[in-house]
Design a protein around this ligand. Structure first.
Ligand code: FES
Length: 293
């Protein structure tokens, strides 16, 4: 018997927003009946681009129903960018926690939301694309998904990964690879902690700044891009402007703009200086566009 909080029980016995929105703006479906859980999420936007209504249908356990119910409540009133920031941890925390073995339900909710937003941004016809390479064939879980649950929830064991995304919970043949991914992610984190703290209040010389930018790229940014077949090169630093070029898969990737803003710039601001901003080298950007077209 699982130990459920009062909030989980409440959302299980009185789920909010059950059903499906007609003519929804975004539709997201994740999971499969074969795997024991499936979730369909629909949402409607108001004229200002905020989620005015959200509904779900799920085939799953009490936790799947409770997490889906909470998710629909959490995203109402948010813009899509704000909704994208809702993490599985936030869903679980809202419920006062979930049994560890049921954390995958909160991950499924977050994935359904992303699928629905992708669907909306793709003009309503786009299906959620699987990102990354399948590591667990039993449950169809990719390296990208595994990395993400490890990072967002600070997981350190294969058993935890299985609880959060099911990978490893079937034949067990992928457990060795899951272990390697854990070691890689935790290794990157440990390296990051060795970096000197941001130089608040102290003025860096230009040479110190460039060195710190290069170090941050080498240790914080490049490993993550490499994991997806991409790379990054520092081209120049002019005042607070950091000019970079994406290489490999990143140069051809439609989301390189997102990568630049949200990953590269955020890391540089965190480890070097708040005032830095990133621009892609115009020459390599043109080459990237040619590849994308
Ligand atoms: S391949 Fe992952 S459990 Fe079977």
């Amino acid at each position: 018997m699982w130990e459920y909080t009062d909030k989980v029980r409440d959302h299980f016995f009185n789920p909010r927003n059950v059903g499906e929105i007609e003519n929804a703006d975004g539709v997201g479906e994740v999971g499969s009946l074969a795997c024991g859980d499936a979730l369909r999420l629909t949402f409607k936007l108001d004229k200002d681009g905020r989620i005015v209504d959200a509904k779900f249908k799920t085939f799953g356990c009490a936790s799947a129903i409770a997490t889906s119910s909470v998710l629909t409540e959490l995203i109402k009133g948010k813009t899509l960018d704000e909704a994208m920031k809702v993490t599985n941890r936030e869903i679980a925390d809202y419920l006062g926690g979930l049994p560890e073995q049921k954390m995958h339900c909160s991950v499924m909710g977050r994935e359904a939301l992303e699928a629905a937003i992708d669907n909306y941004r793709g003009g309503g016809s786009k299906k959620h694309e699987i990102q990354g390479r399948i590591v667990c064939t039993c449950f169809g879980v990719t390296d990208t998904e595994i990395e993400r649950v490890i990072r967002e929830n600070n997981l350190t064991t294969v058993e935890q990964v299985t609880n959060y995304c099911k990978a490893g919970g079937g034949c067990g043949g992928c457990k060795g690879e899951i272990q390697k991914i854990i070691e890689q992610v935790q290794g990157e984190k440990a390296k990051g902690q060795e970096l000197p703290p941001p130089r608040e209040g102290k003025r860096l010389t230009n040479i110190q700044k460039i060195q710190l930018i290069q170090q941050t790229i080498n240790e914080q940014i490049r490993p993550a891009l490499r994991a997806h077949g991409g790379n990054i090169e520092l081209i120049d630093v002019v005042g607070d402007k950091v000019v970079i070029a994406f290489r490999g898969m990143c140069a051809q990737c439609k989301i390189s703009e997102f990568t630049m803003k949200d990953v590269v710039e955020a890391k540089l601001r965190e480890f070097v200086s708040d005032s830095l901003y990133v621009e892609e080298d115009s020459e390599s950007m043109e080459q990237g566009h040619e590849h994308r077209e």
